[in-house]
Design a protein around this ligand. Sequence first.
Ligand SMILES: Cc1ncc(C[n+]2csc(CCOP(=O)(O)OP(=O)(O)O)c2C)c(N)n1
Length: 486
Amino acid sequence: MGKGDKMSKAVELSINTIRLLSAEAIQKSNSGHPGLPMGAAPMAYTLWARHLKHNAANPKWQDRDRFILSAGHGSMLIYSLLHLFGYDLSIEDLKNFRQYGSKTPGHPEFGHTSGVEITTGPLGQGIANGVGMAMAESYLSKKFNKPGYKLVDHYTYVLAGDGCMMEGVSAEAASLAGTLGLGKLVLLYDSNNITIEGNTDIAFREDVAKRFEAYGWQVLQVEDGTDVEAIDRALAEAKQEENKPSLIVVKTQIGYGCPGKQGKASCHGEPLGEENIKATKSNLGWAYEEEFHVPAEVRGHMESIRLQGMEKENAWKKIFEGYSREYADLAAEWEKWHHDGLVTNLSSNESYWNYDMKPTATRASSGDVLNRLTTLVSNLVGGAADLAPSTKTYMKDMGDFSAEDHSGANLHFGVREHAMAAIANGIAVHGGLIPYVSTFFVFSDYMKPSMRLSALMKLPVIYILTHDSIGVGEDGPTHQPIEHLA
Ligand SMILES: Cc1ncc(C[n+]2csc(CCOP(=O)(O)OP(=O)(O)O)c2C)c(N)n1
C-alpha cells in the first residue's frame, strides 16, 4: 500500500485496528488465539472492504456473499470485522469475548452472533461448508435467474489455515468442488506454516497448491500477506474465473506485529501478554493509549463501506421488484423456498399417505416417500455417498447436479461421507434449499463430526441411513451397525 495518502492511512489503520481489537479482547478474557487474526488481518480487511457484497443492516439478505472462517479458533478476527463493518456487535461485546452467554463465544456460532454464517471450530469443516454454499448458489441461480434478472449472483469466501488443509474433510470437499467446477467459491489459505505443535514441517510438507491444481482449481499466490494490493488483485482474478473454484495461497506470519512472538507457535493459542501488546502497538506505530480504540479515520472509512453495502441491497431489491412483476410465479416460488412455506400440508394430504399395504423393504418405502416429496417439497436436493441405488435416494425426473449442469437436484457426493454431511450443512445454512444425504447406517461413523454440527446448529439436514439392521449378515461385521444406534 502506497504510504502517505489519506486512503492508505485509513487502510493501514483499519488493519491494525483488527489486529489490536483481537489481541486486546483475547488479553482481557485471558484466553483465545491471537496469531491468526493478526496475520490474516490484511486479507480479511481487503476481502471485506473491497470485495465482499454484504449489508450489515441485513445480515440475512439472500444474495449476499458468504464468508466462512473455517479456522474457527481465530474467532476474534470475525468479531473484530463484524464490529468494524457495522454489524450488531459492540465494543462491549468484544470485551466479553469468551464469557458465558456473550455474543462473542470462543468459536463462531451460527444463530448466536448476527453475521456469523456457520458454526466453525472443528478444523476443515468450513471448507466443505463453503462447497455446499457454492453448490446452493449455483443451483438456485439456475432455477431462478432470468435474462436481465440476476437474482442469485454471489460468491462464497472461505478463510482457512494449515490445520484445515491437513484435515481429510477439506480434501474430500475440494476434490468435489474441482470436479463440479464451482467457479464462485474462493478459498483464502492463511499459509503461515505454524500450528500448535510448531512448524508444519513436522507433519505437513506437501505442495498444497499443486494438490489443488490437481483437483481442478485455479491456484493463485500472494507472496506477502501484508500486501493489500496483491491480495486485492488475486481476489479480482479469482472472481473472474467462472469455471473453477479458486485457491489463493497467502503467505503470512502468525502474530504479525508482535515483535517477540510473530512467526512463533507461542502466539497461536494464548494471550500475547500486556507487555507484548504494548510492544506490538509501538512496533505498528499505533498512537493511541486507550484500549479497544477505533480511530476516527477507521470509523469514517467503515461508514462509507457500510453505506455502499446498503446501496447494493437496495439495487437488488429493485431487481426483485421487476422480477416479481415479470415472473410472478417464480417470485412466489422464491418466497416459499426462502420462508419455510413448504412443509405445511403433509398431514392433510391424502395421496401422500396412501400406500399399498404389502410387505416392502423399509429403504424401498423410504425411496417411495422421498419421490412423493419431490412434488410437495420442490426445494429438496440431495443424494448419497455413491450408494443411491442401495439407499433408494434418487429422485426421478429431478436431474443430476454435474460438472456440465448445475440445475439437477440429485447430488452425487462420491465416496465422501464426511464431506457429504459438511456440504449439506453448508446448503442448509445457505438458505432456499432443504438437503438430504444418505449412506449405510454403519458409515455414519465417517460423517459424525458434521452430523454433530448439524445438530448443534439445529439445521434441517435430512439423514437417510439405511441398512440399519445387524442382520445385514452377508457383508459381515464391518457392515453391521451394532453400536451405532446407542
Ligand atoms: C478437528 C480439529 N482438530 C483439532 C483442533 C484443535 N486445534 C485448534 S487450532 C489447531 C491448529 C491449527 O493450526 P492453523 O490452522 O495453522 O492455525 P494457526 O496456527 O495459523 O492459527 C488445532 C490442532 C480443532 N480445532 N479441530
